[in-house]
Write a protein that binds this ligand. Sequence first.
Ligand code: AMP
Length: 363
Amino acid sequence: MPHEDAVFPPGSIIGILGGGQLGRMTALAAARLGLRCHVFCPEADSPAARVTDAATVAAYDDEKALRAFAAQVDVVTFEFENIPADAVRLMADLVPVRPGARALEISQDRLREKAFFNGIGLETAPWREVDGPESLSRAVAEVGAPAILKTTRLGYDGKGQVRVDPGTDLAGAWRGFGADVGVLEGFVDFEREISVIVARGIDGAWAAFDPVENRHANHILDTTTAPAVLAPSLALQAIEAARRSAEALDLVGLLAVEMFVTRDHRLLINEMAPRPHNSGHWTMDACLTDQFEQFVRAVCGLPLGSPERHSDAVMTNLIGDDFNLWPEILAEPGARLHLYGKTEARPGRKMGHVTRLNRTTTA
Ligand code: AMP
């Protein structure tokens, strides 16, 4: 493939598909390294566009706009995984795209994702593809209940997850589900949820941030605690799972892998995202190189930085009205506030985050 090992030095222009806070924080990190960013997204006045040199406001299926964008940038990446794969494939014919379309296509689809993990020897919760009420009842018989019926595609906010318990009316559950195909997943009685973010460079070099523990509220990440309290062997196993996934995808960029730690101390892989991740925001304040800079370095073919953690940290998302806490957070010694420049604090909307540091207590 052409451009496979092209390097983009300071002064180059990174094209970012997507204009949210992940693009914004990527652009800020890029600016610090003397790189420029051009954002492409359908929304005017996006959080990322507010801090970048250039922005294109157009739909992801606007081929003309995509071609014009490709002509103005040196390398393309994306900051969320619901970008239509067609747009990424079109880009890839015109300009280097890192990570490539394959990582995107697998992570966009839960079925492919689970098959991918199992195919490289990583354990997931038991799962079955389901495409109707009969296959649902077969799947429940095989996987057991409780279980969760999920849509295969992400980005279905609110829609898409139906819990199946022993005795649940399966025909009714299928009708309520509303999609043509889904994945039934055994319910994991987990001890904790963790994630690992690994960076991989064009030369195959890799660097992982410490595994962290994530707690959710209303299906949205609430806090990330770094590091996760884990037996050292399990922490190594988690890092190895993320590294192996990035390697198998031949990924250049970042890969965030979310996992369950079961009560009997096994790791089950839940899902992955080939981009910076909310559970890596703590790295901005607690690591020598943060996830956004690491992402920029990888995408531009530059050497990876040290992911070393110099402080323990707890990151808390500011969702919706939590935004109004900003004066108190600013007044709190040691709290590091990050706001995303969004004007409207709608319920469930990520408005910013705060990181609170502690001196490192664990190796
Ligand atoms: P997901 O949409 O797969 O990211 O799931 C969102 C959250 O729902 C996860 O972070 C877990 O807290 C919970 N969850 C998802 N799948 C399972 C499962 N199989 N068993 C138990 N909890 C789950």
